[in-house]
Design a protein around this ligand. Structure first.
Ligand code: HEM
Length: 181
């Protein structure tokens, strides 16, 4: 998403929040609709920013639908991301990577991405893995640590070991785009 779009989205959301007290329900609904449309447009922009030469960041595996159920569906993934992000921020090695990121956005993109990979009826609206991680200076040990933090989060949510491994098997090849050091 480009910075101007992000700014416009933030302004719309701020406006929507600031005008709560004075607006009628109709005006409120209109503001919320405008904010929703701006968010949709921003998601389309992010998709447009994808590097066409980068591999598909969210290849769908319809046969993994039962694995998605084991995660508790899309809602389960959203809950998992709260724990995962908290774990990343608390981790000495991972914390600095995520401290200044738009954490809500990353959580949402990850939940969308995992949902699509696991054959869910979702859409991934984020960037490709190469563009998302370019310039972050991620090495192999960072990658492995992120996977460990994800495993701890999945354990905390009682995701069966076999389901964890099926997801991790699809994420593992992404080290080619994510690891740059
Ligand atoms: C298989 C492994 C990984 C997957 C599937 C993954 C997935 C994602 C996704 C979907 C996003 C959001 C993309 C977007 O904003 O449109 C993202 C952003 C991000 N990822 Fe990863 N990631 C992985 C590994 C890592 C690792 C190892 C690190 C650091 C150690 C990392 C750090 C970040 C950071 C800091 C952002 C936010 C970047 C920004 O705000 O510009 N990721 N990742």
């Amino acid at each position: 998403m480009n910075k101007t779009k992000l700014l416009v989205l933030c302004c719309l959301l701020a406006l929507a929040g600031a005008s709560f007290a004075q607006t009628t329900p109709e005006e409120q609904a209109m503001l919320e609709e405008e904010a929703r449309l701006a968010a949709e447009e921003a998601a389309l922009d992010a998709a447009a920013e994808r590097d066409p030469s980068a591999p598909d960041p969210a290849p769908a595996h319809p046969e993994l639908r039962p694995v998605l159920e084991a995660f508790g569906g899309r809602e389960g993934l959203d809950r998992l991301m709260d724990t995962f992000m908290a774990g990343l921020l608390a981790d000495e090695r991972m914390g600095p990577f995520f401290a200044n990121a738009d954490q809500e956005r990353v959580k949402r993109q990850l939940a969308e991405q995992f949902c699509v990979i696991l054959g869910g009826d979702c859409t991934y609206s984020g960037r490709d893995m190469k563009s998302s991680h370019a310039g972050l200076g991620i090495d192999r040990a960072d990658f492995n640590r992120l996977v460990e933090v994800l495993q701890v989060a999945m354990d905390a949510h009682d995701v069966p070991f076999s389901a964890q491994n099926k997801l991790l098997a699809k994420l593992a090849p992404m080290h080619r785009e994510v690891v740059t050091e």
